[in-house]
Write a protein that binds this ligand. Structure first.
Ligand SMILES: [Zn+2]
Length: 66
């Protein structure tokens, strides 16, 4: 592959990612792995994850406004 083909491939992959973000705008929160809970050291108690506010999800890059 030459350089131009790599660039075109990169653009196509980027556009595919943007489209996928539009169709599936949410991903699991990285902080709580999608549970929305932040466990205490005992594992029995928990509070809402601060990063996602307990929703367990985050909006993906390019997902647009809510
Ligand atoms: Zn979270």
């Amino acid at each position: 592959m030459n350089t131009a083909e790599w660039v075109v491939g990169g653009i196509v992959a980027f556009l595919a990612y943007v489209v996928s973000c539009r169709i599936y705008p949410y991903a699991a929160c990285r902080n709580c792995k999608g549970t929305g809970k932040f466990r205490s050291p005992s594992g029995k108690a928990y509070r809402n994850c601060r990063r996602c506010g307990g929703r367990g999800r985050r909006r993906r890059l390019f997902a647009g406004s809510e």
